[in-house]
Ligand binder design. Structure first.
Ligand SMILES: *[C@@H]1O[C@H](CO)[C@@H](O)[C@H](O)[C@H]1NC(C)=O
Ligand SMILES: *[C@@H]1O[C@H](CO)[C@@H](O)[C@H](O)[C@H]1NC(C)=O
Ligand SMILES: *[C@@H]1O[C@H](CO)[C@@H](O)[C@H](O)[C@H]1NC(C)=O
Ligand SMILES: *[C@@H]1O[C@H](CO)[C@@H](O)[C@H](O)[C@H]1NC(C)=O
Length: 413
């Protein structure tokens, strides 16, 4: 019944989601890359070695360990705040300073939530653990079980869409979008006047809720999907908890525009639940998709491969020395990279705007942020985008995805 009231973009997104699902269900076996004996590696050429090293995902292992610790030992504890309209809610994990010290509780997350709409501590913890379980299951498989969910690798935040009757309705037919634009946030967009060109695409993805008001001429005005990392959801959920009725004011492009999110910290699955619980009609449940596990795995490999390749070329050191430059546990692809790989999967033609740097250009078009985050290697990611445009056949890992063909990619500065 609810389907009739769906904004067109949600319908389109459903199809996008389903096509990702159909990939993820076939995907599992291919992600297990060969790990041959050392003697075999000695004979490997440079590129094969890079591919093999890039397939190890220390950051992904770290996230799995965090999720497992939360599932086993996390507690939720809250108490009234601000005249009983809100609760201050703590997600806690026990820790010991050393082997003999008594365990103490560490706050992993602290959130102010409306008193009535968010479930009590016990049911909230139960729902959070259910989310963690699906998340772990999908990641350990390297894909997602068909029927689990759509874009996601966990029945998790997707539960909301399932509840709205969105799943299992559109059949298996794959929908592709004729023209897509992913709009990066680089300052090179300022003054380039790409706005109308961006708006002319069928499907437009924006990143990390970057502001568009005041920048129409350079970045356009239309948005089909807002792609964020879970830190963004966490921050805006915390910030808007008391300022916006219902909280979770995380929709700068309109409350009907869905969010796709990748999970950078498993604790953020709690934010997703809380946002879903506080969403009010007409956006109830919260239009939030969690991206599939296969997407995380492929993006981690691509980002590490290009970063290693750049490191080897720049320093002449062996690829195995790459960890001297980057802490493997925290090295991560940017939101833009995952949005681009997702779009590659569902678009016939993909245009990239606002990826790149120029002397004197701001890091972000919409902020004055000077410093880049160390955990990304943007130069390496730009090389990946150039390869997508100029020599897609050389891009590793994507060719291992069943039925994956890199569409025409155009980079605009
Ligand atoms: C949960 O806590 C127990 C007791 O401190 C600990 O032994 C165990 O390793 C923890 N589980 C995880 C998955 O971290
Ligand atoms: C372990 O931690 C406790 C409490 O913080 C402290 O009193 C004790 O000295 C510590 N022991 C060691 C061996 O560091
Ligand atoms: C999201 O909210 C809807 C109702 O508002 C509920 O039916 C659904 O179970 C929720 N999903 C999750 C994952 O909490
Ligand atoms: C690789 O790193 C090690 C230290 O981890 C260093 O001793 C070695 O010189 C590096 N290799 C080259 C070729 O620079």
């Amino acid at each position: 019944m609810k389907r009739r009231h769906l904004p067109p973009v949600l319908g389109a997104l459903l199809l996008l989601a389903l096509s990702l699902l159909s990939l993820s269900s076939r995907r599992r076996h291919h992600l297990l890359l060969p790990r041959g004996p050392p003697s075999q590696h000695a004979a490997e050429g440079g590129d094969a070695l890079l591919r093999r090293l890039a397939a190890a995902d220390a950051g992904g292992d770290q996230i799995l360990a965090e999720a497992a610790a939360l599932l086993a030992n996390a507690s939720v504890f809250s108490f009234p705040s601000i005249g009983n309209r809100y609760r201050l809610l703590y997600l806690r994990l026990p820790y010991r300073a050393n082997a003999t010290a008594a365990p103490r509780q560490r706050a992993v997350s602290r959130l102010r939530v409306p008193f009535v709409t968010v479930p009590d501590d016990a049911p909230l913890l139960a729902a959070f653990r259910a989310s963690l379980r699906s998340f772990l299951l999908a990641r350990r498989r390297g894909g997602g079980e068909a029927g689990d969910d759509v874009v996601t690798g966990g029945g998790v935040a997707m539960g909301g869409l399932a509840a709205a009757g969105l799943l299992g309705r559109a059949g298996k037919k794959k929908k592709r979008f004729p023209t897509c634009a992913v709009v990066g946030n680089s300052g090179i967009l300022l003054g380039a006047g790409h706005g109308p060109q961006i708006d002319a695409h069928t499907f437009i993805i924006r990143l990390n809720n970057a502001r568009i008001a005041g920048y129409a001429g350079d970045v356009g005005t239309r948005t089909s999907l807002s792609f964020v990392n879970s830190n963004i959801l966490h921050r805006c959920a915390a910030r808007s908890a008391t300022t916006t009725p219902g909280g979770c004011d995380c929709h700068p492009y309109g409350r009907g525009v869905p969010l796709a999110m990748y999970v950078s910290q498993p604790a953020h699955l709690l934010d997703a639940l809380i946002c879903n619980a506080t969403a009010t009609p007409p956006t109830s449940p919260f239009p939030l998709l969690v991206t599939a596990a296969w997407l995380d795995a492929v993006c981690a490999r691509v980002a590490k491969y290009y970063s290693m390749r750049r490191f080897v070329a720049a320093t002449g050191e062996p690829a195995s020395n790459w960890t001297r430059r980057h802490d493997e546990r925290y090295f991560h692809y940017s939101s833009g990279l995952q949005a681009v790989v997702m779009a590659l999967r569902v678009c016939d033609e993909l245009s990239l705007f606002g990826f790149g740097k120029a002397p004197g250009a701001r890091h972000h078009y919409h902020t004055n942020q000077k410093k880049e985050l160390d955990l990304h290697d943007y130069e390496a990611e730009y090389q990946f985008y150039r390869d997508l445009q100029e020599r897609p056949e050389t891009v590793p890992f994507l060719d291992k995805l069943p039925g994956f063909k890199v569409p025409t990619v155009k980079l605009y500065w």
